[in-house]
Design a protein around this ligand. Structure first.
Ligand SMILES: NC(=O)c1ccc[n+]([C@@H]2O[C@H](COP(=O)([O-])OP(=O)(O)OC[C@H]3O[C@@H](n4cnc5c(N)ncnc54)[C@H](OP(=O)(O)O)[C@@H]3O)[C@@H](O)[C@H]2O)c1
Length: 297
């Protein structure tokens, strides 16, 4: 299997994170070579330490013209949710802007491919399905602080390293119960906001991301969500259909009522995925949700 792939080595940063976990699982299943790093293994947030690590381990591969890809799955997302970012702005800027700025520049300088994980939460509203070309409209001015840092990071990464990939996902879910899984979140919130959104199955995100890299598709931004959009009501119906919860789900009557309970505004939007669909067949959101509910543990 290895012979049909191009990349010599993947370096995954933030190895214990929710998204990194899926990327690592995908690389393992394809039998692709990777090294996954946590800050405990090597302080990759230090330019000096990470540069030295790359020099000691991969300099020869780069000199021989081999492809080595740094996938940056590290970042500051705010826990349990983005409201936490409003209270930890310095950490959020450091993890989501300054760190990707440093690492994208280092990769450009040393000849490593750079992959940045971004988010569709830089858009809000339904006036259109947002494409990779649309300027963010849900950032420091109109959105949350977290969204602002993700929007700014995209600009900085593109400027520092124009041959980067920037992969945007939205509202991850899958079949594994977790406080990070959208399905689990919906079952645990006391009241829900009914909104239409694009969603991304976590395993699909990993599969599509590796396919884009291995197929050497043009570098740049890709919206990576499942096809189509769903409302919260529709997801709740699937949860009920698969008997994951017998709860009587309650909904806020409107957005204002929801906003009274939160600190940061939330992005609700639909992303256009026609760019990635030129290269890869994408599962629909309904199909991915139905399958995740069916296998949910
Ligand atoms: N989950 C979502 O809902 C979602 C949606 C859209 C986009 N994203 C993006 O996907 C990427 C990964 O997110 P995730 O959900 O996997 O996050 P996560 O589970 O919190 O993992 C992030 C990892 O980043 C590392 N890290 C490095 N510097 C950090 C810092 N200053 N503060 C906190 N962690 C730091 C940590 O790994 P080590 O300590 O092991 O090194 C941590 O495990 C982020 O860029 C995020 O914006 C996530």
């Amino acid at each position: 299997m290895r012979g049909s792939f191009y990349i010599i080595m993947y370096i995954i940063l933030g190895k214990n994170g929710y998204i990194a976990e899926a990327i690592i699982k995908e690389l393992k299943s394809l039998d692709l070579a990777y090294v996954a790093l946590s800050r405990k293994d090597i302080n990759y947030t230090s330019k000096c330490d990470f540069d030295l690590y790359l020099l000691n381990n991969f300099h020869r591969n780069i000199l021989e013209g081999e492809d080595i890809v740094v996938v940056n799955c590290a970042g500051y997302i705010g826990k349990p949710n983005v409201d936490a970012c409003e209270l930890a702005k310095a950490d959020c800027v450091e993890g989501n802007v300054l760190f990707p700025a440093m690492i994208s520049q280092l990769c450009a300088d040393r000849g490593y491919q750079y992959v940045h994980i971004s988010s569709g939460c830089i858009y809000g509203g339904y006036e259109k399905h947002f494409t990779e070309q649309d300027a963010p409209n849900f950032d420091f001015q109109n959105g949350s602080f977290y969204s602002g840092t993700k929007a700014l990071a995209e600009k900085v990464v593109q400027q520092n390293n124009p041959s980067s990939y920037i992969f945007r996902l939205r509202i991850p879910f899958d079949e594994c119960a977790s406080p990070r899984n959208y399905l689990t979140k919906l079952m645990n919130y006391s009241t829900l906001l009914d909104a239409e959104n694009s969603l991304t199955h976590r395993g699909d995100f990993a599969e599509y991301s590796i396919k884009l890299i291995e197929q050497k598709t043009p570098k740049g931004i890709y919206n990576i969500t499942n096809k189509g959009s769903v409302t919260t009501q529709q997801v709740v119906e699937l949860i009920k259909k698969h008997k994951l919860s017998d709860k009587n789900f309650q909904f806020f009557t409107n957005l204002d009522e929801f906003m009274q309970q939160t600190t940061a505004p939330r992005s609700n939007c639909v992303l256009d995925i026609s760019k990635i669909e030129q290269y890869i067949k994408i599962r629909t959101a309904e199909e991915a949700l139905d399958s995740a509910c069916l296998k949910y543990i």
